[in-house]
Design a protein. Structure first.
Length: 299
């Protein structure tokens, strides 16, 4: 099942928001396993997940999740979700998705000094933000439920109150490494789609720059400069970060030893795995697992 989320088409969605629908919202029940393709788009996305077990993919972040959480994703940030089953089989598992544009309040307002905290939240969203503190989620839920039943300015007002609640908490986690965001100003999206799809599908294998360049119909030198310009990092660095992100997911499943995980993620020896893991996560793999299960808060 791990491959399914990556083998689907990398969608570049477009959402048309009318004046009466500055903020769109929809909710659906997740009764069985369901996957959404890796995508990025011009609008921001807020995802409120309740009573669900699954996996989230945000930029180069890959992680298993359980229960209830809220994720804020900036425009241009590749992401996908795989919903596996309800955490409590006797309760409904649901996913509510909110879409809005960065300047839904107007460019002057969102960038103005009076909106400094909100502006900072928008900046953080470029790498994805996870909110999982139960107290915060309990406060957020009623606003999301009310938003489903109203439109226009009433919905906007409720959404602003929701954002205000998120600004009050110190319990959050930035998900993706900087530089993964793909905004409108970054050149050829079709080539980025091809490159990212190929990497996500094959990162567990030995990947050479020449191989990826061939897939993208570029020379290795052109690919190197193209990717670095648009992500702020080299392809080799990006592949290593994706592998470490996947290693984190496998380690937290507690089904594999570190010596097994490194090969499942595309590393070839324990020395390189340990070096890259600590370089990217600022902690060893063993300590990462211990800290995660000891206390997940504050994030």
């Amino acid at each position: 099942m791990d491959n399914n989320i990556f083998t689907q088409h990398l969608a570049n969605e477009n959402l048309q928001c009318s004046i009466d629908h500055l903020i769109s919202i929809k909710s659906e029940v997740v009764n069985s396993e369901k996957s959404f393709p890796l995508s990025f788009h011009q609008y921001f996305e807020m995802v409120f997940i309740e009573n669900c077990i699954g996996r989230r993919f945000v930029g180069d972040h890959i992680e298993h999740f359980e229960g209830t959480e809220l994720i804020l994703i900036g425009n241009g940030l590749p992401h996908a979700f795989q919903y596996l089953k309800p955490l409590d089989p006797l309760q409904t598992a649901s996913v509510t998705t909110i879409h809005f544009f960065r300047d839904f309040l107007g460019k002057d307002l969102i960038d103005g000094s009076n909106w400094g905290e909100l502006g900072q939240l928008i900046v953080y969203a470029a790498n994805g933000i996870l909110f999982s503190e139960k107290k915060t989620l309990a406060k957020v839920k009623p606003f999301i439920q009310q938003m489903l039943d109203v439109n226009g300015l009433i919905r906007v007002s409720l959404f602003l109150q929701l954002l205000h609640l998120l600004l009050q908490t110190n319990f959050f986690k930035i998900l993706s490494s900087p530089g993964i965001n793909i905004t409108e100003g970054f050149g050829d999206k079709i080539k980025i789609n091809i490159i990212l799809t190929y990497i996500f599908k094959n990162f567990r294998e030995s990947l050479a720059l020449e191989e990826i360049a061939l897939k993208a119909n570029m020379t290795p030198s052109t690919l190197y400069h193209f990717f670095r310009l648009r992500t702020g990092k080299t392809i080799i660095q990006f592949v290593k970060e994706v592998r470490v992100g996947y290693a984190c997911k496998l380690l937290l499943m507690k089904r594999y030893e570190v010596t097994e995980v490194l090969y499942l993620c595309g590393f070839t020896n324990i020395s390189d795995f340990n070096k890259q893991f600590k370089k990217i996560k600022d902690i060893s793999a063993d300590e990462f697992v211990k800290q995660y299960f000891k206390n997940s808060l504050p994030l």
